[in-house]
Design a binder for this molecule. Structure first.
Ligand code: GDP
Ligand code: IMO
Ligand code: MG
Length: 431
């Protein structure tokens, strides 16, 4: 039995979906614990691509998938995703997908508010949200105006939803001059979603506790990345949930003592979609090369991802904040063909070297990354399946990452396919 948390170490899209799909084979249940359909997790199996936004990435391995209380769920998107997976021949039903009764619903007024705020913001203050209503839904949760799946079991939710919608409509029309939400059709739709999804609703915390008692293994699937965390990320250019490993417990309903390992997914370079600081961002032909070769387009919004060198200040921050027990390096294949690869080892700020990620974005703006350069390789490594067969330059690059982050690399990914993976240490068989 082993319970492992998977988190992104950078700004999301590190390849969490691929690694969760791979490790799900060794586990019994996979649980999402935060975020919503702002996430886009890609899995490629036998050349076929699957993208999931809400259903945990263990679904292709036939494992029980759970959506924890910490997730915010757009019921329409979830129903669409269940249909999309079924059309692709993946069986999804109440037996293998469970939604926490305590998970909050993303309502149409959350999406309307998300859009209206972004449209009204200046180019300096726009966050570049995915527009999925994530922030406004978490706001309602914190202000105790949210609607949970369990609330749909009695009729009080109708008045609750109506009141919440009236309040949002007031803001939408009077403050943002935006279109208001049609409350009656919203309530009709909600009734339909309730009928469709109620067989999936369960007590996820009790389900997980029973699984742990039976000696089963659980994989906790993080969404976004450490630097999009509401507390520890590049605030305010962050998402609205806690994306770090500690929240796996809170967002799934289990205690910290049950966690055995925490794997941080590190893209071999850095990407960011949306606005916000990015110290090692490239604006040259190397950045274009990485963007094209890595097919760096958002899996949720299709936006071009900004690309830059690997930043080990960022990764070290993630090691500390998540208590990482191991790293997985993804997309190493994408760096093949670059003569010299740079790694950011620290920053200089007003002439002083700093090793830690500053919280003040004005300070961060004045920081210059300090790079060291390592030789690149030209070989195509996408069919390499053993660490020893990687080019020496690639091994040196990985070894520098281990040294600079003081953390062991467990897995190296050399392509999007499930099989394009080198498992150096199996996290389920630690140490
Ligand atoms: P996630 O949000 O962390 O699950 O990551 P995304 O799915 O949004 O983005 C990662 C992208 O990289 C997807 O298109 C994956 O199929 C792809 N990918 C994952 N690992 C590798 C890899 O090792 N090499 C290459 N070339 N692509 C990869
Ligand atoms: P996965 O799980 C990359 C970014 C958005 C925006 C900011 C806030 O696929 O790694 P939000 O809609 O959450 O309010 O947007 O966060 N963002 C992501 N970037 N990957 C994600 O998820 C993201 N989820 C949100 O682009 O900058
Ligand atoms: Mg993604």
């Amino acid at each position: 039995m082993s319970n492992i948390v998977i988190v992104g170490t950078q700004w999301g899209d590190e390849g969490k979906g691929k690694i969760v799909d791979l490790l799900a084979k060794e586990s019994d249940c996979v649980v999402r614990f935060q975020g919503g359909n702002n996430a886009g997790h890609t899995m490629v199996v036998d050349g076929e691509q699957f993208i999931s936004h809400l259903v945990p990435s263990g679904i292709l391995q036939g494992k029980t998938c759970l959506i924890g209380n910490g997730v915010v769920v757009d019921p329409e998107v979830l129903i669409e995703e269940i249909e999309y997976l079924s059309k692709k021949g993946v069986s999804v039903g109440p037996d293998n997908l469970k939604i926490s009764e305590k998970a909050h619903l993303i309502m149409p007024y959350h999406k309307a508010l998300d859009h209206a705020r972004e449209a009204a913001a200046s180019s300096k203050t726009k966050i570049g949200t995915t527009g999925r209503g994530i922030g406004p839904c978490y706001e309602d949760k914190a202000s105790r105006r949210g609607i949970r799946f369990v609330d749909l079991t009695d009729d009080e939710y109708i008045q609750k939803a109506r009141t919440a919608a009236e309040e949002k409509n007031f803001f939408l029309t009077n403050y943002y001059s935006a279109r208001q939400v049609d409350i009656d059709s919203m309530l009709d739709d909600l009734e339909g979603f309730k009928k469709r999804l109620s067989p999936y609703v369960a007590d996820v915390s009790v389900f997980l506790d029973n699984a742990i008692r039976k000696g089963e293994s659980i994989l906790f699937e993080g969404a976004q990345g450490t630097h999009l965390d509401i507390d520890h990320g590049t605030y305010p250019f962050v998402t609205s949930s806690s994306t770090i490993s500690g929240n796996a417990c809170c967002g799934a309903g289990i205690g910290p003592g049950k966690i055995n390992g925490i794997i941080g997914i590190v893209k071999a370079y850095t990407t960011r979609v949306g606005k916000g600081p990015f110290p090692t961002e490239l604006f040259d032909t190397t950045g274009d090369f990485i963007q094209k070769k890595g097919a760096e387009f958002g899996a949720t919004t299709g936006r071009k991802r900004r690309c830059g060198w690997l930043d080990t200040v960022v990764v070290r921050n993630a090691v500390r904040l998540n208590g990482l027990t191991g790293l997985t390096i993804t997309k190493l294949d994408v760096l093949g063909g670059i003569d010299e690869i740079k790694i950011c080892t620290g920053y200089t700020c007003d002439g002083k070297r700093i090793e830690h990620f500053p919280a003040n974005l004005n300070v961060l703006d004045n920081c210059e990354p300090v790079f060291e350069t390592t030789p690149g390789w030209t070989e195509d490594i996408s069919s390499v399946r053993s660490y020893n067969l990687l080019p020496e330059a690639a091994k040196n690059y990985l070894s520098r990452i281990e040294t600079l982050t003081e953390t062991r690399i467990d897995i190296v990914s050399v392509g999007p396919g499930r099989e394009q993976t080198i498992v150096v240490h199996n996290p389920f068989l630690r140490p």
